[in-house]
Design a protein around this ligand. Structure first.
Ligand code: F6R
Length: 590
């Protein structure tokens, strides 16, 4: 949340920074700004409310070889030109991703010392502190400053007349990129895609100095330190929309490849995973939003395949409930970005109480990985749309394979093969699916309820979240059996109930829920892979028929349907599904 990027080199820094910000826009898009060091040593600044494109008219006039920028998701202070970064004081310019928890007291102290503030942000205190702490060495001033800060930060700082960028990191990610006669820094990999061959990931407490010629990394005591240089495999081609109007659609279409890649990458970790599982008596899945919904499915896999007690919990809730961690507890941290603050803090707590930790993440070298006994890769590739699509599928596939491994099944088992065989089914589902009529029904409704039992209930929750997130239509996901315990009161002719029915054993119960809604005058759509259900309901409800598959893998198929529905509804309503209002990807604040 919030994207920052910096450039030092022979090229035009403003163009590089602008391009980097465009690629980081998924991290926040309520305001943006840049600071560029002119050849004279002075710094030119532009900062504006709005998406990154608001900076475009200024790029050509901002000449200079070193610069940095910020795209914001507001935490302290509303989106506005003034609250946009960079913040500055006395020739010091700062862009910040994170939260300064003690900013109010620091601000008061600084005001008492005569400093004048112009924004409402927490970040502005950093510029004032560095200004006052500066005694001839920017890095030393930065270190003195961060020692006074409580909270999280990825910081980039420039000073008038100094051709370098100083950076510091704690609990917010920061990546450095080694180019040819130019160097880069950014919150996340997409900004560096295709720009450099190697990258280093900074650790908590690290500092770095970046110039066109070199990158120097220092530990918390400012001693030089080496961080591994890893290959930058992300190319700009991978960030292309490939003719799709939105990333959400493009990424939805990448679901089969994600499942295939997640399946292949799992082969490398099976043995180590068995070691981690030794002595396991209980499994807890932690995650937020969509990742939590994947955890709900993981829980069902472990219960069904291994008959081991399993729970799934929202990571933000887990952290504050004084959790009971018994001997032999394994915690799965499910997180696409590996950066979600609630999930990281929950994992740190679980670990301190003696749990083993398995991170299921799309970003192998992310913050969560440092707290994990093992990382299970979700091989979705870069996910740019704020709404998770393909990463959810990758998480489900990874958890399915983890559960099979726990249950002692290997690649020769029929369950393994069933996942491998599912990819063509997913491809067909994407090709054949038609949710246009249903999307129009949803777009015209006052509320959309998603209902299901078992695996269908877990996907119902995800369907509801996705529709709310990208179309702004209110609704909820419910267990189909719960309907009669309260929700039926909401049903009228202006509501749509989307009922998922994939499990033959539970089908008749879910069909009863359909009848209950119909008899209260509600509109109903049924998403099913059971031909008999489709036939029975085709004259009463809008029916979306999906290919048949076993119930354990059905979430991968039904997820495509509900995500496609959310996408189409958003487009009908003229929303931007890639950048829903008020949101950002990678939620690095609690
Ligand atoms: C919804 C969505 C969010 C994320 C949640 C956790 O479409 O994307 O609900 O799933 O913010 O993010 P990660 O998986 O990065 O921990």
């Amino acid at each position: 949340m919030c994207g920052i990027t910096g450039y030092a080199g022979g090229g035009n820094a403003a163009e590089q920074v602008f391009e980097g910000l465009k690629r980081l826009e998924y991290r926040g898009y309520d305001s943006a700004g840049m600071a560029i060091i002119k050849p004279s040593g002075e710094v030119s600044v532009v900062k504006k409310q709005g998406k990154v494109d608001v900076l475009k008219p200024y790029v050509a006039d901002m000449r200079g070889a070193i610069g940095m920028g910020h795209t914001r998701w507001a935490t302290h202070g509303k989106p506005s030109d003034i609250n946009a970064h960079p913040h500055f004081a006395g020739g010091i310019y700062v862009v910040h991703n994170g939260i300064i928890e003690n900013y109010a007291e620091l601000r008061q102290q600084l005001q008492s010392a005569g400093e004048t503030f112009i924004s409402e942000t927490d970040s502005e205190v950093i510029a004032h502190l560095i200004k006052l702490n500066y005694g001839g060495n920017l890095l030393v001033a930065l270190r003195t400053t961060v020692k006074m800060l409580k909270g999280s930060y990825a910081l980039m700082v420039i000073r008038e007349g100094e051709p370098q960028i100083a950076v510091a990191k704690r609990r917010s990610s920061l990546i450095l990129g080694y180019g040819d006669g130019e160097n880069f820094c950014a919150s996340d990999r997409p900004a560096l895609a295709g720009k450099c061959k190697r990258v280093s990931i900074l650790e908590d407490g690290d500092f770095a100095l970046i110039t066109a010629q070199k990158i120097e990394i220092f530990d918390e005591n400012l001693n030089p330190v080496n961080r591994p240089k890893i290959e930058n495999t992300l190319t700009s081609e991978k960030l292309d929309l490939h003719g799709c109007p939105h990333y959400m659609l493009k990424e939805l279409r990448e679901v089969p490849q994600t499942v295939k890649n997640t399946y292949s990458s799992f082969a490398g970790i099976g043995e180590k995973l068995k070691e981690v599982f030794k002595g396991t008596k209980r499994v807890i899945f932690l995650g937020c939003g969509t990742a939590y919904h994947a955890g709900l499915i993981g829980k069902k896999y472990f219960e069904a395949f291994a008959r081991v007690p399993a729970e799934a919990e929202n990571a933000g809730e887990f952290r504050y409930k004084n959790p009971v961690i018994t001997k032999g507890t394994v915690v799965f941290a499910v997180t696409q970005s590996g950066e979600t603050a609630d999930t990281i803090e929950a994992v740190i707590l679980a670990k301190s109480l003696g749990a083993k930790v398995i991170a299921v993440t799309n970003v192998i070298h992310s913050a969560i990985s440092r707290h994990a006994d093992i990382v299970v890769p979700v091989s979705a590739g870069a996910e740019i749309c704020v709404a998770a699509t393909k990463s959810y599928a990758g998480q489900i596939a990874a958890l399915y394979l983890c559960a099979l491994t726990f249950a002692g099944k290997d690649a020769s088992s029929k369950e393994y093969k069933q996942l491998d065989a599912l990819c063509p089914v997913l491809e067909n589902t994407l090709k054949e699916i038609n949710v246009y009529t249903l999307a129009h029904m949803c777009a015209c409704s006052n509320g959309v309820y998603f209902l299901g039992r078992g695996f269908d209930y877990a996907v119902a929750l995800e369907g509801s979240l996705k529709l709310k997130e990208v179309s702004y239509i209110a609704g909820e996901g419910y267990p189909a059996g719960e309907l009669k315990h309260g929700t039926l009161a909401l049903i009228d002719g202006n509501t749509v109930s989307v009922v998922l029915i994939t499990d033959e054993e539970l089908a008749s119960k879910s069909v009863s829920a359909v009848e209950q809604v119909l008899s209260r005058g509600g509109k109903v759509a049924v998403i099913t892979c059971l031909p008999a259900v489709a036939k029975a309901l085709k004259n009463k409800a809008e029916v979306i028929s999906l290919p048949g598959c076993n119930k354990f893998l059905s979430p991968l198929v039904t997820a495509i349907a509900v995500q496609e529905l959310a996408y189409r509804t958003a487009v009908i309503l003229g929303r931007d599904p890639d950048k829903p209002r008020n949101l950002a990807k990678s939620v690095t604040v609690e």
